[in-house]
Design a protein around this ligand. Structure first.
Ligand SMILES: Nc1nc2c(ncn2[C@@H]2O[C@H](COP(=O)(O)OP(=O)(O)O)[C@@H](O)[C@H]2O)c(=O)[nH]1
Ligand SMILES: [Mg+2]
Length: 278
């Protein structure tokens, strides 16, 4: 494996310009901050709550306050109503901002929790619009409530997936399971680390690893997607198979909401640096 890695040459394509990240609500903002720290500059954090945006350590020009909002207090309907106000003026402004800001990107990631109000309400709505109005690949990054969450959060989660599944078209969905760590920021860090490695994984080598078209092909598939990262010394078949079950993502079987009709894509990014273990 090392021999393969040694003959690997990084392709110097501008990976950053290819991808845009729009986070909604608190979880969305946090993930966007984390991905920004990895060197991705096409970011936007939108929120109904100005106070959430104020606390977010990203450039001011990447913050977007949804007009008239004071936070949604886990109330999806309230966030939906805000978008619908004035003949959907707020919604149109938000969608136009995203289209304009990411006009040169090939892939847009829409990020927000399932259990909250703002992100949960806005992510599916924006996905539907962008899918209809652009030819970009629209991916979703979200999280499942942990077992201590309120009934309200689980109801939001259910509605979120119902809405998401009703949207025609393609685009991968990454579903972080908040039960996997009490510290949500650590989960964010793990996820953005894996995603960064995956998006930067294009390499040119005698035997080839993955190219940009293959990466985008994975991102364009409909269904749940997981990305992990593992040291090349550990990337044996057995370890790879184990990580399909044991990772930071929502389980892909049993009675969970996410178990219905999804495709599983497992990408093992073998890195020479020992990788990132959780
Ligand atoms: N993984 C992860 N989960 C988060 C984060 N922030 C909030 N959550 C979870 O998201 C849910 C609350 O949603 P939140 O994003 O605060 O709501 P919103 O601001 O109204 O969209 C709860 O289940 C939280 O545990 C985060 O940064 N990472
Ligand atoms: Mg919150």
């Amino acid at each position: 494996m090392d021999a393969v890695m040694n003959e690997t040459v990084k392709v110097t394509m501008n990976v950053d310009g290819w991808y845009g990240f729009a986070g909604f609500g608190q979880m969305g903002g946090n993930i966007v901050k984390s991905i920004h720290e990895k060197g991705f500059s096409n970011i936007l954090a939108a929120n109904t709550a100005q106070s959430d945006l104020d606390g977010l350590d990203i450039p001011e020009e990447c913050k977007y306050h949804i007009l008239g909002g004071y936070g949604s207090n886990k109330d999806r309907k309230k966030a939906k109503q805000l978008l619908a106000d004035n003949n959907c003026e707020n919604f149109d402004l938000l969608v136009n901002e995203i289209k304009e800001r990411f006009k040169d990107c090939k892939v847009i990631f829409l990020i927000g929790s399932t259990g909250g109000g703002s992100g949960s309400a806005i992510v599916p709505a924006v996905k539907r619009r962008l899918q209809a109005e652009t030819d970009k690949i629209i991916c979703v990054v979200t999280c499942m409530p942990d077992d201590n969450a309120s009934i309200k959060e689980f109801m939001n989660c259910y509605e979120f997936f119902q809405e998401l599944e009703s949207i025609e078209g393609s685009g991968a969905t990454f579903i972080i399971d908040n039960n996997k760590n009490e510290n949500k920021l650590i989960l964010n860090e793990q996820f953005t680390c894996y995603l960064d490695a995956f998006l930067n994984g294009e390499t040119a080598s005698a035997r080839g690893v993955v190219d940009r078209a293959e990466i985008d092909n994975v991102l364009s598939q409909r269904g749940a997607c997981i990305v992990n990262k593992q040291g090349s010394d550990k990337a044996r078949t057995q370890a790879v198979v184990e990580r399909i079950r044991d990772n930071i993502y929502a389980p892909l079987e049993g009675d969970g909401v996410v178990a219905n009709g999804i495709l599983l894509y497992y990408l093992q990014i073998a890195q020479g640096n020992g990788g990132q273990e959780r």
